[in-house]
Design a protein around this ligand. Structure first.
Ligand code: HEM
Length: 414
């Protein structure tokens, strides 16, 4: 174990908007695997084994300190307090015993059968979005497809009508600003969005209790009312979490994935030849998750002082677990920089995290991508990326482009 000064300095903020942060993160793996960034005031963990261990290390907590309401202007304080108390119900930042209690409830709604049951409706959404796209020409793929699809799927999941979609989009955008978005007000937009969404869901759930239907929301309400260990406020908080956790992540997965396929024509050709083979499609999705994931890292807080690779982590410090770096660790994956949809080990990626907070929506995100890719590639025999790259979103956690120009053609395959 070395305690020598690091030969490299990396600030998480600087790599946030980078199209390819992987080489820098891989240098950290080699030179300083538990790296302290004085500017970012956080530890950066990059090796596969360490990131995976970090995900189920009880010394690394998920709950985070919130500033006192008195720090804000008086007219915002009530909204802020309500937001802080809603955040406390989110399982992703809840500690035991709350976390397993909340997760158990969610598991009763998001069962494999219920998720698989969404397949025909997702296929219909995909068809509608593709039908609205032009046959040829340039299109912003994020705006036309990658952004609306996951939001509509979350609407299906929560069971709200299509008329609420516009609001869902706005709430999702504003809530995402609370997560690592550099240079933006990270409190007010999510707090106001959470307040609006809570008000909407409170009424919606009351109505659904009177007139239950056959959707995942009804399973969740029934499960809650059944054993009464989770409050309706906690249920609402976690429905807001579903929107937040499942929208921009899946949007990034769709656009990152398509861009990567276009940039690897031999892999694209292999996939195109096998669109009827669910195993090949699923393999491509898994490799996209590994190679070009939707997230840089997940945040933890040290619950006590401890040593890691000779570095002294102090209680309360932030620790960033870089799943993107882990998925490119040469100690784990053979030739990790090679994008190969036939890899047999891609499934060991950490794109959905690991341990107690392992992504609850992984099967849904995979399903969306698996349903979307074949009709999309069938509709467009040739896809290309016009010259000139769009800047990446400047966000330390979410990894993707806010827009992605795509040249569509029904002509010769590329
Ligand atoms: C490509 C898409 C997605 C990616 C990359 C992703 C990634 C992740 C990751 C890494 C975590 C672990 C967080 C941590 O350990 O701090 C997580 C948790 C979670 N995800 Fe996803 N996610 C995706 C889609 C979804 C979808 C569609 C949903 C919809 C319900 C969802 C719901 C959740 C929930 C509820 C948690 C918290 C689980 C817990 O704390 O026990 N995710 N996700």
């Amino acid at each position: 174990m070395s305690t020598a000064e690091p030969t490299i300095q990396v600030n998480p903020d600087d790599i946030a908007g980078m199209a390819d942060a992987v080489p820098i993160l891989c240098r950290l793996q080699d030179e300083d695997p538990v790296h302290w960034s004085p500017d970012g005031k956080a530890w950066m963990i990059t090796r596969y084994d360490d990131v995976r261990a970090g995900f189920h290390d009880r010394r690394l907590g998920v709950s985070r300190p919130m500033p006192p309401a008195e720090l804000f202007e008086p007219e915002f304080r009530d909204t802020y307090r309500a937001y802080a108390s809603s955040l406390k119900t989110w399982m992703v930042i809840a500690e035991p015993p709350d976390h397993p209690r909340l997760r158990k409830l969610a598991n009763r709604g998001l069962t494999p059968t219920a998720i698989e049951g969404l397949r025909p409706q997702i296929a219909e959404l995909v068809d509608d979005l593709l039908a609205a796209m032009p046959d040829t020409g340039d299109v912003d793929f994020v705006k036309a497809f990658a952004y609306p699809l996951p939001a509509s799927v979350i609407a299906l999941l929560i069971g709200v009508p299509k008329s609420v979609l516009k609001d869902l989009h706005r709430w999702s955008d504003d809530i995402a600003k609370g997560l690592g978005a550099a240079g933006e007000d990270i409190i007010r937009p999510p707090a106001y969005a959470a307040a609006e969404m809570t008000a909407y869901l409170t009424e919606f759930i009351a109505e659904r209790r009177k007139n239950p239907q056959d959707a995942i929301i009804d399973l969740l309400i029934a499960a809650r009312d059944d054993d009464d260990t989770v409050t309706t406020e906690e249920l609402i908080g976690n429905l807001i979490l579903f929107l937040f956790a499942g929208h921009e992540t899946t949007m990034n997965l769709l656009s990152n994935g398509l861009r990567t396929l276009i940039r690897h024509p031999e892999q694209m050709a292999d996939l195109r030849r096998n669109l009827d083979d669910p195993e090949v499609v699923a393999g491509a999705v898994e490799e996209i998750l590994r190679y070009d994931g939707a997230l840089f890292m997940l945040t933890r807080f040290a619950a006590e002082d401890f040593e890691w690779h000779g570095r002294r982590i102090s209680k309360g410090q932030k620790v960033y677990l870089y799943c993107l770096a882990a998925n490119h660790d040469v100690r784990k994956f053979d030739d990790p920089g090679r994008f190969d949809i036939r890899r047999t080990d891609s499934k060991q990626h950490l794109a959905f995290g690991y341990g107690p907070h392992f992504c609850l929506g992984g099967p849904l995100a995979r399903l969306e991508m698996e349903v979307a890719l074949p009709p999309l590639l069938r509709r467009y025999a040739a896809l290309s990326l016009p010259a000139g790259d769009v800047p990446w979103r400047n966000n330390m956690t979410l990894r993707g482009q806010p827009s992605m120009q795509l040249r569509l053609s029904k002509g010769v395959r590329t």
